[in-house]
Design a protein around this ligand. Sequence first.
Ligand SMILES: *Cc1c(COP(=O)(O)O)cnc(C)c1O
Length: 514
Amino acid sequence: MAMNNQGRPTGIGSAGVAANGSSLLPNEPLLFEIGDADHSGVDLPDVEIDGSFLGGFARKSALDLPGLTEPEAVRHYVRLSRLNYSIDSGMYPLGSCTMKHNPRLNEKMARLPGFADIHPLQPVSTVSGALSLMDQLGHWLLTLTNMEAVALSPKAGAHGEMCGMMAIRAAQQAAGQGHRNIVLVPESAHGTNPATAAFLGYQVKPVPARADGTVDVNAVKAALSPEVAAIMLTNPNTCGLFEPEIIEIAAAVHEAGAYFYCDGANFNAIMGVVRPGDLGIDAMHINLHKTFSTPHGGGGPGAGPVVLSKALAPFAPVPFVRKGQGGLALVEHAEGGHLGRITAFHGQMGMYVRALTYMLSHGADGLAQAAKDAVLNANYVKARLQAVFSVPFDGQPCMHEALFDDSFLKDTGVSTLDFAKAMIDEGYHPMTMYFPLVVHGAMLIEPTESESKATLDAFCDVMLDLATDAKAGNAARFTSAPTRAPRRRLDETRAARSPILTYTPREDLPQAAE
Ligand SMILES: *Cc1c(COP(=O)(O)O)cnc(C)c1O
């Protein structure tokens, strides 16, 4: 039987769904179901303690943790880890997310005890190496972007957006422009852009996309007014296109007294090639877990530093590293226009180490090469797939990601969601679906520079096989998918909205009492 690239049976070459779509992986019980509270995996001597030194805080009830031996616990987690899809097990073409390889050198450096074992409350005089690393990372970010100041502490892209927009608000309040309450957001924007603006109390005004997927400077001009605080624009945008009028847009925004926030999540396509500061941008976050190869770790720990223009630099949050006469100092208290803290401590040191390692190991030329290779790979995928897939915007080559819509699936009975589920059966993580919203049934594919031509070809072969099969009327392969994954279709909304995060022992469940 043919195997997909995750070592599971594949449907390629065999028309339709295999009769037996069973997975080789067994159902993994919970730790609480494997072990029980009456046993311990650890051999502890019985001790007689009168407990008086606990000041009345001695536990009265049983601990209720499952007792497992070390091999039982290890096997549980290893088996669970094998249910994961990861960049280490296969191509991860999730558009806008830049799922590139995380070099092991980064990990080695992050584990150096001088970085790994420091504590945020240690005296500053004992962490000059860490400050120097933060200063160097900031220097690289500022050089790559041609900006004035950097706030390293935001914990993610979305947090960076909030930080940048807070700096814009502080600058406007300082200039007597605090009444500005509208933020312009193009329709193709990532959801975090309008969410950030709304969270800070701004009114969000959408800017329509042009038929070619880019933003029209005239549409921006028409939306500008003395009430507009800023525009939040992504470049390259979420359709995978470089905004051709970005300089004119920046000029119009500034002329209207507003600021230009750039969503820099797609910086991987232009790092070392285009400096956002040269385009007139005032604030931009950089997702270290996208562009600079730090792990995307299940919601954290992440880092989304924000670079700021000269106009916004005085409003950066604390802490930041400042060069002084006695060397580097950590400025921890807000002074002048500076915002206070936006995180408890100094940000994600482990991510700073990984990102700087990536920068130093690539060098300036290597970073530019990575960006160019990412763009080349995306265009290769686009060129191969467009024979069958429909391309909504074909005016210019794409940047780091190739966008398709669902018009090639018209009348097949297969939706973008079904198509994505069928990709799981072939061993691939699906591309980004239904985003950006400006395209019907969007499929956004970002291969990144990590993938070889052979990997891209294998992926394109599978995608073309699926598309051809869908058009040939074999809807069942899609609507029933996934059949070869550890799980079938889940109620994703319920899983996100009402996750069950606590274990209820069986005897406590209402049905067990009956
Ligand atoms: C990923 C992304 C964000 C948000 O970044 P996080 O680090 O996930 O918070 C914002 N905008 C775009 C375009 C993105 O791709």
